[in-house]
Write a protein that binds this ligand. Structure first.
Ligand code: GRF
Length: 203
């Protein structure tokens, strides 16, 4: 969907936006993303472990101020992040644990080209603490979802899902660990699909 057939062999530059640990960033860097190349990492957290992981991976990485709010961008800052990515020729944006809602200029500029990974089988358990929500509800199957980002919280069209069984003795930690393993498979796979042009555009 992102590439025309004529573009099929060209490399697509991808930015990852993350706030913390960065295991999905690593999975994207080391996984098979087809024509997609992780070219940029931007974080809203100066102390994020993902910065270290980016320097180990040789990917351009930087902290940019998100503005004064806690869970969304300031309008001017969201414009700066957007401009920065456009100047670097970014064509696909992967959110990987970015603890902020995207609503303004970034969504307009990259509509249909921003994707996210979430640790539940959406539309079940959107938002924070998805693994805890799944355990509390008592579902027997859960997993992860890669989806397009729209103006809602974890509501965009679904690209790909992986499921796992919930065990009787699962804790949030054990369940999260098994879901995370699936995330690391699902995210590169979804990016590969999108970059190959074989996935129909849904937004
Ligand atoms: C993952 O569980 C992802 O699904 C969620 O945030 C977490 C990020 O983990 N959106 P990491 O920073 O990629 O290790």
């Amino acid at each position: 969907m992102i590439l025309d057939k004529s573009d099929k062999c060209s490399v697509l530059r991808i930015a990852v936006l993350a706030s913390g640990r960065g295991s999905n960033f690593e999975a994207l860097c080391h996984g098979d993303t087809g024509n997609g190349r992780i070219s940029l990492l931007v974080t809203d957290n100066e102390n994020a472990d993902v910065l270290k992981k980016a320097s180990e991976s040789g990917v351009e990485a930087l902290y940019m101020s998100p503005g004064k709010y806690r869970t969304k961008f300031g309008e001017a800052e969201e414009r700066e992040w957007t401009r920065f990515m456009m100047d670097r020729g970014i064509e696909l944006v992967c959110l990987a644990g970015l603890m902020r809602i995207i609503k303004g200029p970034m969504l307009e500029e990259f509509r249909g080209r921003i994707i996210n990974i979430h640790p539940s089988l959406l539309p079940s358990f959107p938002g924070l603490h998805a693994q805890r929500q799944a355990l509390d509800y008592g579902v027997r199957v859960t997993g992860c979802t890669v989806h397009y980002v729209d103006a809602g919280v974890d509501t965009g069209p679904i690209i790909l899902q992986k499921s796992i069984n919930v065990k009787d003795d699962d804790t949030v930690e054990t369940l999260s660990g098994r879901i995370l393993k699936q995330e690391h498979i699902a995210y590169p796979e979804a990016v590969r699909l999108l970059c190959s042009g074989s996935f129909e555009r849904m937004m």
